[in-house]
Each structure stands twice: as C-alpha cells, then as structure tokens.
Design a protein around this ligand. Structure first.
Ligand code: FAD
Length: 411
C-alpha cells in the first residue's frame, strides 16, 4: 500500500491522519511530532492551562496524558505515532524525509509543522514565549507567584495571557508597539475600543513602545527595558509578538516558500513538489474568495484544511473542490468572547451593530454591499449567521444590518 507520512503532530497533522482514516485510506499513515507529548490542543494553553484550570489538571504527573490531549485513539485508527522526533529535511527525488533519528520513506508527505513564536529581541533568561505545553507549564508557577509581569504585544496571545495573569492576581503591564491593541488585525476605529478592556481588567497598557531587552535586577528578578529608556520590574516577561511558519527545516528541499516563509500551497494545498502537501499554520494558499493568498494562523484552518488533502488522496482532484474557506477565529479575553470570521481589507466599509462600549456588539465589513468579514464580541449568533452569509457573498441592507435587534440573516 501507499505510505502517507505527516510531519508535525499538532491539530493539522492529527486531523490529516483522522480524515484519511475516515475516508478509508488503505495505506499506512505515520505521524511524526517533534514534541514528546501526546498530540494536544493549543488554544487552552493561553487560557485554562495557565491558571491551573480544567485544561491543566492532568498535565503534570505521569506525563503521558493531558486533559488537552486530542481525544483520538491512534492505535485503533492504525496511525503510527513517532513522537519526540524532528523532521530535518526532505529529499523529494528519493521520496524520503530526513529526521533526527534517520530517514523515513513516503509516497505522500504532508507538511504540518505549524508555526514558531517570534522571540523577543535580546530575550534571554526571564523572557518567555507561549506556544507549547512546556511553555505553558513553565508559566503556570510564574502566574501563581502573583508578582508583576510584563507582556509584550497586545495581540490575541498577549491579551489572553494578560487575562489569565490578572485572574491569577498578578500586576500586569502590556507593552504594545502600535497605538492600540490588535493593531495588526483590526482598523484603529475598532481596535481603539479595546483599550478599555485592559483598563477594566486592571492591566496597564503602554502603547507606542517596544521592549528592547530583558536584564536581571531591580526589585524583581528581571527588568524589561523599554524603547523609551524606562525599565519595568518583572518576575517574567512574556512575548506575544507573532509567529512565523516553522519551515526553516525545508531549506534546500525544493519546496517553494512564500515571502513569509509559509509553504506556497495551491488551491488544493499541494506544494510545489509532487507528492508533498501542506496544511495548517505552516502553509499559505490562494483564496479566490478574497482575491489574494492567505496565511491563516487559526485553529479552524488546521481543522478544515486537512479534509482537502485527505479528499485529494482518497478521491482524487475531480472530487475535491478548491480549498477556499471563510477563515474563522475566536479568542477569550478580559471576560469576553471575541470571534472573527472572513477577511477584511483596505476599502471594506465597517458597519457597527450595537454599542461598542457595551457588553455585546459586532462590526461587519462590507464591500459593495457584500458581507466580507465580521468581528463579534459576545454575539455568537452574528458569527454563526455571518459565516454563512460571507460564504454566499450575501448583500446586506446596511440600515437593517446596523440594527442589532435584526438577526443578521434577515438583514
Ligand atoms: P501547531 O499546532 O503548531 O502544530 C505543529 C506541530 O509540529 C507542533 O507540535 C510542533 O512541535 C511540530 N513540529 C514543528 N516542527 C517540526 C519538525 N521539524 N518535525 C516534527 N514536528 C515538528 N486559534 C484559535 O482559532 N483560537 C484560539 O483561541 C487560539 N488560541 C491559541 C493559543 C495559543 C497559546 C496558541 C499558541 C495558538 C492559539 N491558536 C488559537 C492558534 C491555533 O492553536 C493554531 O492555529 C493551530 O494550533 C495550528 O495547528 P497546526 O497543526 O498547523 O500547528
């Protein structure tokens, strides 16, 4: 039988294995993961796991099972798991993957190595990242110490970490280079509204400044050095300043990467090399819907993308529609449930539903009356309906859509 080898055992790699078996793939499936842990879900790492809630209960101790481990019986599925083993290169001419424990042959190779957090410039001791279970386990006692923390970046991860740290009772200062939170993803008129969330949670938000390094000393074990020359004492400095596709190991393999270092996949998630595919955070793909290439670092993309590859391998190209999802993402921050669907760009017109200073509101982005994207705070129904409307490229009546009492699907 044919051999599928999957490099990376996160959400996208695991889903690829599961989807292949659900579609009765007759050959072998081998899942290779660099981390020693059984494959686990990442979103709880910046939420329950940090504060020792449900997500972390089984994380310590035996070291074999975690509450956040995926509920997948790999043995029963006939999936061979190779954990604690890292892919180091690909030789497509030989159809072999090189690993730190020797080469592995394949007929089809699925790249699913995810993303790596951008380290803090001049980091060193006292500087933390938050991407893996080990990272979260290191941060849990830091939160429990209830000492001052500095968070670098007011993006999704920074906001969620700051939320957990405030819940744990730590004084928190968030340092953000831009003028407001989530500056990379939301326009100022929307993102500016999020400042208040930090204040209400008792977190200090310093914008227009960066952290240039971490040094020992002061009234705390460390000090974060700021670009304005000041220093903030901190028990730890936690950086949430972005993530890059984990594709450095593909250098020289012939697998084409885009300008961001993501595997340059086509509309069915095939790489530039025959027999090699890419899913999840490590791959970008062309979106006909949005007229541009998308690099999505969200859980839903790692769930849905693998269906395309599994379909391609089991049913063939004719039976596999192009991969062109409406991206979807959620975040839990400062007691709010924040969801985003679609993709907005320059020139898309924002339309408010509800009072952004209130507990629940949404913003829709329209282009020529067509719904393109939607951000919802505490309005999950808007997102559920909005996703379908975006998929259909539905035209909304702005007057009705701006009335939060009118269901979006009736607008
Ligand atoms: P990953 O989950 O990164 O998995 C890739 C795996 O490959 C890793 O286990 C890695 O160790 C392994 N690997 C890397 N290189 C190699 C190699 N060379 N050889 C072998 N294995 C390798 N998304 C949301 O939509 N909502 C959220 O609330 C949310 N919260 C998040 C919170 C945190 C703290 C983080 C880090 C992410 C969060 N995300 C969230 C994003 C979501 O978790 C990712 O989009 C998703 O995990 C992507 O899955 P993936 O399998 O592509 O990559």
């Amino acid at each position: 039988g044919q051999r599928v080898l999957i490099a990376g055992a996160g959400m996208a790699g695991v889903q690829t294995a599961v989807q292949l078996r659900e579609r009765d793939w007759p050959g072998t499936v081998t899942l290779l993961g660099a981390e020693p842990h059984r494959p686990y879900d990442r979103p709880p790492l910046s939420k329950a796991v940090l504060t020792g809630g449900a997500g972390a209960a089984a994380g310590t101790g035996s070291g074999t099972t975690f509450d956040i481990a995926f509920d997948v019986d790999f043995d029963a599925l006939g999936v061979e798991l190779l954990l604690g083993r890292r892919a180091t290169g690909v030789r497509p001419a030989d159809r072999e993957l090189d690993t730190d424990a020797g080469p592995l042959p394949y007929d089809h190779l699925v790249l699913a190595t995810g993303a790596e957090p951008v380290p803090l410039p001049g980091g060193g001791a006292g500087a933390h990242l938050l991407r893996t279970l080990d990272d979260a386990e290191r941060l849990r006692p830091v939160l429990a110490a209830r000492q001052p923390l500095v968070v670098v970046g007011a993006g999704w991860i920074g906001a969620e970490f700051a939320t957990a740290a405030r819940e744990a009772g730590c004084p928190v200062t968030v340092v953000e280079a831009a003028g407001h939170p989530l500056a990379g993803v939301l326009p100022p008129e929307v993102a500016g509204r999020l400042r208040r969330w930090y204040e209400e949670a008792g977190a200090v938000l310093l914008t227009g400044r960066t952290v240039t390094g971490v040094r020992p000393g002061g009234t705390q074990p460390y000090e974060a050095e700021l670009s304005d020359g000041s220093a903030l004492p901190a028990r730890a400095v936690v950086a949430g300043i972005g993530a890059r596709p984990a594709t450095g190991w593909l250098a020289g393999s012939g697998v084409a990467l885009d300008a961001f270092g993501a595997v340059l996949a086509d509309d069915r998630l095939r790489s530039s090399v025959p027999g090699v595919y890419a899913v999840g955070d490590c791959a970008s793909f062309p979106s006909a819907r949005y007229g541009r290439r998308l690099l999505v670092h969200h859980w839903d993309n790692a769930l849905v993308g693998p269906r395309t590859v599994a379909s391609l391998l089991t049913a063939g190209e004719a039976e596999t529609p192009p991969y062109d999802p409406v991206p979807y993402f959620w975040s839990e921050q400062f007691g709010r449930f924040v969801q985003y669907a679609g993709h907005h760009g320059e020139g898309d017109e924002p339309l408010w539903r509800g009072d952004p200073d209130g507990p629940a509101w949404s913003v829709c982005w329209l282009r020529g009356g067509v719904l393109r994207a939607l951000l919802a705070v505490g309005r999950p129904r808007d997102v559920a309906q909005g996703r379908r409307l975006i998929e259909r490229a539905a035209v909304l009546d702005p007057a009705r859509a701006s009335d939060p009492a009118v269901p979006l699907k009736s607008a």
